[in-house]
Design a binder for this molecule. Sequence first.
Ligand SMILES: O=c1ccn([C@H]2C[C@H](O)[C@@H](CO)O2)c(=O)[nH]1
Ligand SMILES: [Zn+2]
Length: 139
Amino acid sequence: MKISQEELKQLVDAAIDIKKHCYAPYSNFRVGAALLGEDGKIYTGVNVENCSYGLTICAERTAYTKAVSEGCKKFKAIVVSSDVEDKFITPCGACRQFAIEFGDFDVVCVKPDRTMSASTTLEMLPGFFLELPKDSAKN
Ligand SMILES: O=c1ccn([C@H]2C[C@H](O)[C@@H](CO)O2)c(=O)[nH]1
Ligand SMILES: [Zn+2]
C-alpha cells in the first residue's frame, strides 16, 4: 500500500463513521466510503437508495463524484466499510469501472472489527474498458 498507517487509520475511521448518513431503507445494507485525494483531503460517501431501486448510488461512487465535483481527480486510496462481519464486501462492477477511470490506486475493504483486505483498482478490474479523451491530462 502506498499510504501511511496514519492515513489508513484516518480513512478507516471516516469510512466507518460516515455510515451514520447512509440512506438504505430498502436493503438496510449500509456502506461507507472514504477516499483520499492527492490533494490530501478525505472525501466520504454513503450509499443512497431510491424507491426506483436501480437509481441507487453506491457509497464509492458518491465519494468519487463528491471529489471530482470539488476539483480533485487524482486519488491515493479508498476505504470501503460495511456492517458485514464474516466476509469482506468489495466494490460492485459499476464502482470498479468508475474507479479505474481515475487510475490505479489502493482499495481497502474493512470489516466492523477493522480487519482489512487490500487491493488496487487495477487488480479489481483486469481487462477494463477505458477510452480517455485526448486532453484528459489537462482536466
Ligand atoms: O460496492 C457497493 C455495493 C453495494 N453498495 C450498496 C448499494 C445498495 O444500497 C446496497 C445493497 O446492494 O449496498 C455500495 O454502496 N457499494
Ligand atoms: Zn458499487
